[in-house]
Design a protein around this ligand. Structure first.
Ligand SMILES: *[C@@H]1O[C@H](CO)[C@@H](O)[C@H](O)[C@H]1NC(C)=O
Ligand SMILES: *[C@@H]1O[C@H](CO)[C@@H](O)[C@H](O)[C@H]1NC(C)=O
Ligand SMILES: *[C@@H]1O[C@H](CO)[C@@H](O)[C@H](O)[C@H]1NC(C)=O
Ligand SMILES: *[C@@H]1O[C@H](CO)[C@@H](O)[C@H](O)[C@H]1NC(C)=O
Ligand SMILES: *[C@@H]1O[C@H](CO)[C@@H](O)[C@H](O)[C@H]1NC(C)=O
Ligand SMILES: *[C@@H]1O[C@H](CO)[C@@H](O)[C@H](O)[C@H]1NC(C)=O
Length: 573
């Protein structure tokens, strides 16, 4: 390292200062005897290239030390700097041509600054036994091409509420020139020159007055200050970003949730309960906005217990109205949790508001299930009752729409063969009532042996033949049925055995008159126990809509093509 000649000059002013000059780091040059305040970022300075810059030593500006008294007591103020991108700490060269960098009391002036001046500036106050130092970063920026500012420059910020008067000063120009001097100040909005006076805005010296703030007056206001002092001309550029905010209100926050008029928070035992605190803060200048939950009056802080979890979100509108949402999660909710008071609070400068959350246990799943089952059961029972009362009608309705006509497949000739006691009373019933209804009303092909058989044939063969060609056999039970000779017995046995063995015929038992002793004939007894017996209830049941005829109709085959009056007569002829 080459020793800087200025070092020795500086060393002379600070009597016992033994700066080696070869090592930049503070540890190596009596750091034990110099207290280092580190880098003072809050005072970091940004200057535009070619403009006047003023760097003040923070040891004095923060009123820690008084410059005059310090120097009077024998202390010296020394300056060093570390060039940007390097780590060598060196003394500042105050002997540049034209005093470009000038030390004046506790201030270093850059008149004007250059990009190469960027770096870390260190001021040190010391005597033989005392030493304190602090560093301030300085960056010299070039303006963006064809712009009046640099995007890297940190702007001042100002909020002006809508519809109000705004007074915008050119910031941070005090102390640069004596008050007697009247510099020229030009104003720009977003780098477009501003007229001195325009509708609702006026430039008055170093400030702009906006008489009524509008949304489109928001933007970057730049002032460029020129002045000449001691034959030297100086330039300062300052920018303020102006934001428009909501109309100034005198309103407390508004809690949207919880809202006891509108909602009850449903919770389930064992689950995570979620309580939302949703607060709207109307814009209030310089007002804190705060929202929080309390449980039984105690404010919940994040990470206090594992059972309560807090998460918050924050939104801000263009006009700076704010919305804060705080979600309180209660893990593994218990009955005990129901007994606590959960209150959401919100506060701004106008006051504090609160709202309590009301919790209610959700109807449990098992109860809902029981309810559902009950309804289902009720429907089933209702259906069963309906079915029992109307089953005949339902079956007939079904058959009329979906039943298949057996006649299409089995190749038989008769729908029904009627077996009855050959007795005057039964004969009359069969021929006048039963046959008439079956043939004329229902359209069945009915076979009645005594009517349809040809004279001279073998009774047995012909009977069996007829039964074989029939789909159903109606056995008309009456006390006489079993008393009368062999014909009935033959029919009965043939019908029952055909049904049992081949299934080609079905026996339909119709009780014309109650039979006391069915056990006399084994087949009949069995049939009676296996089959439903359709009971004739006398002439009062002659109406076609009565149960008897519906039962008969259901027992007989489905008849799609209802062409009445077809009988086996013409088949045999
Ligand atoms: C510094 O001390 C002098 C003399 O005591 C006093 O006049 C001056 O106002 C002080 N400056 C500050 C900034 O306190
Ligand atoms: C600034 O620094 C660069 C490189 O570090 C050098 O080339 C240039 O000459 C310097 N300019 C001035 C004005 O010192
Ligand atoms: C150095 O300065 C400190 C603080 O002002 C003072 O207390 C001390 O006496 C000074 N020492 C010498 C040797 O001047
Ligand atoms: C104002 O300046 C800031 C910072 O440079 C920039 O982000 C913003 O876009 C500028 N606004 C306008 C309206 O130019
Ligand atoms: C202000 O300074 C700029 C840049 O140095 C120069 O172009 C301009 O003429 C100056 N204006 C006045 C009024 O001095
Ligand atoms: C300012 O400059 C002019 C000419 O450049 C010179 O005549 C004058 O004496 C200077 N004034 C001061 C105070 O330096």
């Amino acid at each position: 390292m080459v020793l800087n000649p200025w070092l020795f000059i500086l060393c002379n002013t600070a009597a016992i200062f033994s700066f080696s000059g070869t090592s930049p780091s503070s540890e190596n040059h009596q750091s034990d005897s110099c207290y280092d305040w580190g880098v003072y970022d809050a005072k970091s300075l940004q200057i535009y290239d070619g403009e006047l810059g003023k760097l003040t030593c923070p040891l004095f500006s923060e009123a820690r030390y008084n410059y005059s008294t310090s120097l009077a007591s024998g202390l010296s103020l020394l300056w060093y700097w570390i060039r940007q991108g390097q780590d060598l700490e060196e003394p500042i060269d105050f002997r540049l041509p034209d005093n470009r960098i000038l030390k004046e009391r506790d201030v270093v002036w850059f008149q004007p600054s250059a990009v190469n001046d960027s770096g870390l500036y260190i001021c040190m106050l010391r005597n033989s036994t005392f030493c304190q130092r602090v560093a301030v970063p300085l960056s010299v920026l070039q303006k963006d091409p064809s712009s009046c500012v640099s995007s890297k420059m940190k702007h001042n910020k100002m909020m002006i509420p809508l519809e109000t008067k705004g007074d915008l000063h050119c910031p941070d120009i005090e102390g640069y020139y004596p008050p007697s001097l009247q510099p020229s100040i030009r104003w720009y909005k977003d780098c477009q020159p501003l007229k001195d006076k325009s509708f609702e805005k006026e430039v008055i010296g170093d400030r702009i007055v906006i008489y009524i703030m509008r949304k489109d007056y928001a933007g970057n206001y730049t002032c460029i200050v020129n002045y000449t002092l001691h034959n030297r001309s100086h330039v300062l550029t300052r920018t303020t970003t102006v934001r428009v905010v909501g109309m100034p209100s005198k309103r407390k926050p508004v809690i949207h949730h919880p809202n006891k008029d509108q909602e009850v928070v449903k919770v389930s035992l064992g689950d995570t309960a979620e309580l939302l605190c949703h607060v709207y803060f109307p814009f209030l200048m310089n007002s804190p906005t705060e929202a929080w939950w309390t449980v039984d009056g105690k404010k919940l802080e994040p990470f206090t217990t594992e059972r309560y979890q807090l998460s918050s979100s924050f939104e801000s509108t263009e006009l700076d109205d704010r919305t804060i949402k705080i979600l309180l999660k209660i893990m593994h909710f218990t009955e005990e949790d129901l007994k606590h008071n959960y209150v959401c609070f919100a506060k701004n400068n106008e006051g504090e508001v609160s709202s309590q959350a009301f919790l209610k246990l959700r109807v449990t799943y098992t109860m809902e299930l029981a309810c559902g089952l009950g309804i289902t059961l009720f429907i089933v029972v209702s259906l069963v009752i309906v079915y029992h009362v109307y089953w005949l009608e339902l079956v007939l309705l079904y058959r009329a729409n979906f039943g298949t006509d057996e006649a299409n497949t089995d190749g038989k000739e008769y729908d029904v063969y009627i077996s009855y006691a050959r007795n005057a009373e039964e004969e009359e019933f069969v021929l006048l009532t039963l046959r008439a209804v079956l043939e004329n009303e229902f359209g069945y092909k009915v076979c009645i042996f005594d009517r349809d058989s040809l004279p001279g044939g073998t009774i047995t063969d012909e009977t069996l033949n007829f039964i074989k060609k029939s789909r159903r056999i109606i056995v008309l039970l009456s006390p006489n049925y079993l008393l009368q000779g062999t014909q009935e017995l033959l029919e009965l046995k043939a019908g029952i055995s055909n049904m049992a063995l081949t299934g080609s015929i079905r026996v339909v038992l119709v009780q014309y008159k109650a039979v006391k002793n069915t056990s006399a004939v084994k087949e009949l007894k069995r049939a009676c126990s296996a089959l439903t017996v359709i009971k004739w209830r006398g002439e009062k049941a002659s109406d076609l809509n009565c149960k008897f005829w519906k039962q008969i109709h259901v027992a007989l085959p489905v008849k799609r093509d209802l062409r009445p009056k077809a009988s086996c007569e013409k088949l045999l002829s």
